[in-house]
Design a binder for this molecule. Structure first.
Ligand code: ADE
Length: 234
């Protein structure tokens, strides 16, 4: 991971949607701690026509509009000219590679990300081919735009940056961090409506607790997400 504070630029025609998520929880804390700076920009700032238009009719006909290439190129190029390093320009799209914890770690090693949140009506193919360095999907379903996917990606990445989380140990045991789901958690009371906390967790025997948790992680992953186990499965 980079030593310099990471920088994330987000391009969208609805930059206002990023206000609350950026000012809440880990993203807020990481920003305040100087771990990362996040800048949400209005793509329309890089339009040159009177109506600030970002889309146009598709060549070849068909329903809907297509986002024009010029504002995207102008925006990314001017952001890169303003501050170094150029960073990785990521287009959020259902056609991208499926987002995973491994990709979050890969992106957390970049000193700068430029997230391109397009509206799902479609984007001129030349943006994909000649501007985006990467294309990422947050899942096999369609949203109306890349804004929420961009926040999903930013949140997953920022919490991995050194100094973003209060207690870095909590990272190690999270679901997906090492390819397994998490073990079950309990707190007081020991008996809630007749549902009791497993005895082992109240035994004080740390080796047994650790072995139980490990086994729970394996069982849970095998039952719920056998695809994650690959060769390790039963
Ligand atoms: N834009 C619209 N749907 C999306 C998805 N599933 N992932 C990323 N970007 C999107």
């Amino acid at each position: 991971m980079s030593a310099a504070p990471a920088r994330i630029d987000i391009l969208s025609i609805f930059p206002e949607v990023f206000g609350a998520p950026l000012n809440t929880g880990v993203l807020r804390r990481a920003r305040e701690a100087g771990v990362v700076t996040v800048h949400a920009h209005d793509l329309r700032d890089w339009t040159t026509d009177k109506h600030h238009s970002v889309d146009d009719a598709p060549y070849g006909g068909g329903a809907g509009m297509v986002m024009r290439p010029e504002p995207w190129f102008a925006a990314v190029e001017s952001l890169r000219a303003d501050v170094a390093p150029p960073g990785r320009a990521v287009l959020l799209t259902p056609q991208g590679r499926p987002f995973t914890q491994a990709i979050a770690r890969e992106l957390a090693a970049e000193p700068r990300l430029i997230l391109m949140a397009a509206r799902y009506e479609g984007i001129d193919e030349r943006v994909r081919e000649h501007l985006a360095d990467d294309e990422i999907s947050i899942g096999d379903y369609v949203l109306s735009g890349g804004e929420i996917p961009a926040m999903v990606l930013a949140e997953a990445v920022v919490r991995l940056l050194p100094g973003a989380l209060g207690s870095p140990e909590s990272l190690a045991e999270e679901s997906h961090q090492d390819g397994l789901l998490e073990y079950p958690h309990y707190t007081r009371p020991p008996d809630f409506r007749g549902w009791t906390v497993p005895d082992v967790l109240r035994s004080g025997d740390h080796a047994r607790i650790e072995a139980w948790r490990r086994q729970q992680r394996l069982d849970r992953t095998a039952r719920r997400r056998p695809d994650l186990l690959g060769g390790r499965g039963p």
